[in-house]
Design a protein around this ligand. Structure first.
Ligand code: PMV
Length: 307
């Protein structure tokens, strides 16, 4: 797509990061806790300039849902009392779409920040989240809000729907390696598939996920990274029991474990998307990344999380 040059001097920009869910996906939709973290190597930039006319959304990434971006931008304009203001929103991103890395939440957050800056409005945290949530509801249907909360956190958070996220203090640094299968996942469909499972099966899985989340949180706080890795494996088994694993995800997970990961699991909605693996050093992380690429990962990210 060819873009007319943005008018200099009238631009405003907003940036937001991707996210990874460490443990608690799906359970979080049903009122359980999740642990999540920002993925700062994965970002979305929104650039806004004022134009005559209506609202225009443009992007070089064809997979960005422009109607969701437009809805978010419109909601922000309404909240600032600027309905009808002509804006062009231009989205750039390095987050693989539909991979469970928070592309839609980051797009919405970056858009709200850029529109607020264009309108010279200061945003409260609450307002930012509420406006970004307009896009999340369009992208995900019943969204827990974990993506938006993690995207703008400084580090690992403990997230529960309806309560402010709580930062999890870390005792030592660790590395998360993300492997993207390149197969798009569909959150709405996966959430529905879990909701339609027999209640007993779902509750059994959620109770194992709760155990994994508690173990993960305690292990990160005490620096017991091998126990944190075991917690990832435990959470993965529960997600697999819910039918969310796929052969490509399992291949990457095994490759990561064989390359020395302390634990590995699918992350996000499942039935496609990504895995995460845990390592205690950068060298180990790079070795795991290499093995994921050899196994056919479409994208990889290595993220250091530190106290
Ligand atoms: O969109 P994903 O793949 O990051 O999944 C989000 C996590 C879910 O728990 C499955 C849904 C939600 O809204 O929390």
């Amino acid at each position: 797509m060819t873009l007319a040059p943005l008018q200099s001097g009238r631009q405003a920009r907003g940036r937001a990061f991707g996210k990874v869910i460490l443990t608690g996906e799906h359970a979080v939709v049903h009122g359980h806790a999740a642990l999540a973290a920002p993925l700062k190597s994965a970002w979305v930039d929104a650039t806004v300039d004022t134009i005559d006319g209506d609202l225009l959304v443009e992007t070089t990434q064809s997979s960005i849902e422009t109607h969701g971006v437009a809805a978010v931008a419109r909601a922000a304009l309404n909240a600032f009392g600027r309905e009808g203001k002509g804006l062009r929103v231009y989205i750039e991103s390095n987050i693989p779409p539909r991979a469970g890395l928070g592309s839609s939440a980051a797009t919405a957050l970056a858009t709200v920040r850029a529109v607020a800056a264009a309108c010279s409005e200061r945003l409260s945290e609450k307002q930012l989240l509420e406006l970004a949530d307009v896009g999340e509801q369009i992208a995900h249907g019943r969204a827990s809000g974990v993506d938006t909360a993690a995207s703008q956190a400084d580090g690992v958070i403990h997230f529960l729907v309806g309560t402010p996220p709580v930062p999890v203090p870390l005792a030592s640094p660790f590395w998360l390696i993300v492997g993207d299968s390149g197969i798009p996942r569909n959150t709405r469909q996966a959430v529905r598939a879990v909701t339609e499972q027999p209640e007993s099966r779902r509750l059994e899985a959620f109770s194992q996920i709760d155990r994994a989340t508690a173990q993960m949180e305690a292990s990160l706080q005490s620096g017991q990274l091998s126990r944190a890795g075991q917690a990832l494996d435990l959470a993965h088994c529960a997600l697999e029991y819910l039918g969310l694993n796929t052969p490509p995800l399992e291949r990457m997970r095994r490759a990561a474990r064989n390359a020395g990961a302390l634990g590995a699991k699918l992350t996000g909605a499942g039935l496609g998307g990504c895995i995460i693996a845990l390592a205690a050093s950068e060298n180990e992380a790079l070795r795991i990344q290499e093995s994921l690429l050899e196994t056919g990962a479409a994208n990889t990210f290595v993220e250091r999380l530190a106290p």
